[in-house]
Ligand binder design. Structure first.
Ligand code: UDP
Length: 361
């Protein structure tokens, strides 16, 4: 196999929940974007995913079983967990049966098992690692596979790679989006947006604290992963002008996002990429983000948004005041230049070609 050829690919989805549920976070959209990017280039793709997945764009092989526990809840020395009748284990049992039909398997799970299984399968696996370093057990197995199977560890940004002891073995593919789905909107209305999984590592409370000071409205969209955490934020800021709209599909979500003055991106952790940053830019919406992780590699301060001292609510407030200085057209332009599906497909094809040109192990 070499670049320029058509690959037969098997995507093995996140075991956190069905596609379309939001439980998989940014990985769900990343999988769809990869599917569209590579299908447009003539590659043939099948997707294996938990039962009840919604993915009209492809043939899905549904697999039953219990979802995996989100890795974000784990700490450094947490051992590997597997639920009874694990959907992750069930998916990889099927991969073993189907593997000969494919040139390459793409793993979207941030889990120990598929990494561990790599040497046991005949078909090569591209592991797309969706988060930075969280546990020693994951670091150890990813590092081992990075050494034994060169180029097979893909990441989204250099900042994410740098959280691992084996940063130099990671291949950064960033991300790409179907930009036609996001409508450029030159004239915003008087509100800000916050998007994402509602979970402590995303620090929604900082965005709410900022609008509590400025008095602006904040529209919040995303999957509630931790209801108690969300309840606590609402109790903490009873007078903040916030409006939770639920977890919306991309079309409905961008209808709200595109009229906002800016998107607040406030993660406490090193965000691997931050899909929502590009979704905002694609609508012409400037991004205010903490100066850490993936968003710090994307946002161009003064041009497409502002980067703020991490965890500083005052910094967010000051940056909100400077949003009118950003030309919304520059935001859309950045998305088009760097994060289109075609640009993404080229990066992915280069990655796959590197994996597939390796001598057999
Ligand atoms: N999202 C969505 N609907 C919503 C809110 C968010 O589809 O109402 C999606 C958004 O498009 C993005 C994902 O949720 O793809 C969040 O991904 P991100 O990379 O920002 O963070 P992650 O959850 O992976 O940590």
């Amino acid at each position: 196999m070499s670049a320029g050829q058509s690959y037969r690919l098997l995507f093995v989805s996140t075991p956190l929940g069905p596609l379309g549920s939001g439980a998989g976070g940014g990985v769900e959209l990343t999988l769809l974007n990869m599917l569209e990017a590579l299908t447009q280039q003539g590659h043939q793709i099948q997707v294996m995913a938990p039962q009840q997945s919604q993915l009209p764009q492809a043939e899905v092989i549904p697999v039953a079983g219990s979802p995996q526990i989100p890795a974000q809840t784990q700490v450094r020395h947490t051992p590997v967990h597997m639920p009874e009748n694990s959907v992750l284990a069930n998916m990889w049992l099927q991969v073993q049966t189907l593997q000969s039909e494919f040139d390459l398997i793409v793993n979207f799970a941030y889990d120990w098992l598929p990494l561990y299984l790599t040497p046991f399968l005949d078909t090569p696996i591209a592991h797309l690692i969706s988060m930075g370093s969280l546990t020693d057990a994951m670091d150890q197995i990813i590092g081992q596979i990075a050494n034994q199977f060169p180029h097979t560890i893909g990441v989204h940004t250099q900042a994410q790679a740098n959280t691992f002891p084996f940063a130099e073995h990671c291949y950064s593919v960033r991300n790409g989006f179907n930009l036609d789905l996001y409508q450029f909107t030159p004239n915003p209305e008087d509100y800000l947006c916050w998007l994402g999984r509602i979970a402590p590592e995303k620090a929604l409370e900082d965005a709410v604290a900022a609008v509590d000071q400025t008095g602006q409205a904040l529209k919040i969209m995303g999957h509630i992963q931790d209801q108690a955490y969300f309840d606590q934020i609402q109790a903490q800021f009873p007078h903040a002008n916030i409006d939770y709209l639920g977890f919306l599909d991309t079309t409905a979500m961008q209808e709200v996002l595109r009229y906002s003055q800016g998107l607040l991106v406030t993660p406490r952790w090193v965000e691997a990429f931050g899909n929502v940053v590009i979704e905002a830019l694609a609508c012409g919406v400037p991004v205010i983000a903490y100066n850490r992780g993936g968003p710090a590699e994307i946002v161009q301060p003064g041009k497409t948004g502002w980067l703020v001292e991490p965890d500083s609510v005052d910094g967010l407030v000051a940056a909100i005041g400077k949003l009118p200085e950003i030309d919304r057209q520059s935001c859309r332009q950045q998305a088009e230049q760097e994060y289109s599906l075609i640009a993404f497909a080229q990066r992915l094809e280069q990655w796959f070609a590197k994996i597939l040109s390796q001598p057999e192990q």
